[in-house]
Ligand binder design. Structure first.
Ligand code: URA
Length: 188
């Protein structure tokens, strides 16, 4: 096992018993993250939904199936070459947006995941993740696909797959962002 994977496993062990915010009271599982510890690219969502809470894995519901299809189309997959996590690791009740204080209290886990994996590219799935990680006033409908750089890390906001299920007309634009990401990854 790689050193990064060992560190990630140790971090996960600690995270599974986290009680820093009230979301711990309603959870069935902590959804720590999934994928390769050696990934060059990390995908960040907002928080687990019902299926994710049941299975303990991010993006396994309908939105996750769409995400996996888009990833497969650009030769990425969660078992091999990417890592997927969320801003908050426990499901907010009724799938409401995670509160600012819940995001803030959970963020140290994600920061430690970044510090271990050290991805070259971070893709933020949807407004909540992009606002927390890229800039608070992000306009996701206007700015999706834009490349932001922070230090040596490239950050890209994209439309959330759940939003694409609600608004299928946005799928071509969202898919173009994924094709551009594939091209970018080929240059790294
Ligand atoms: N939506 C998210 O933002 N994250 C998940 O893990 C599932 C759905």
């Amino acid at each position: 096992m790689s050193e990064k994977q060992e560190k990630l496993d140790e971090l996960k062990k600690q995270c599974l018993s986290c009680e820093k915010c009230g979301l711990c009271r309603g959870r069935h599982n902590v959804v720590f993250g999934v994928g390769s510890a050696n990934a060059d690219v990390m995908f960040i969502g907002e928080g687990p939904g019902e299926q994710e809470d049941i299975k303990g894995e991010p993006f396994v519901g309908k939105a996750g199936i769409l995400l996996d299809k888009m990833l497969t189309a650009i030769d990425l997959n969660r078992n091999e070459n990417i890592y997927i996590a969320n801003i908050v690791k426990c499901r907010p009740p009724q799938n409401r947006d995670p509160l600012p204080e819940e995001q803030e209290l959970c963020l140290p886990w994600l920061r430690q995941q970044f510090a271990i994996i050290r991805p070259k590219v971070i893709v933020c799935l949807g407004r909540i993740a992009a606002a927390k990680i890229i800039k608070p006033d992000i306009r996701i409908t206007r700015e999706h696909g834009t490349i932001f750089r922070k230090g040596n890390v490239i950050m890209i906001p994209v439309l959330h797959p759940a939003a694409l299920l609600r608004n299928p007309k946005d799928k071509p634009a969202a898919f173009q962002d994924f094709l551009n990401l594939q091209e970018l990854l080929d240059t790294l």
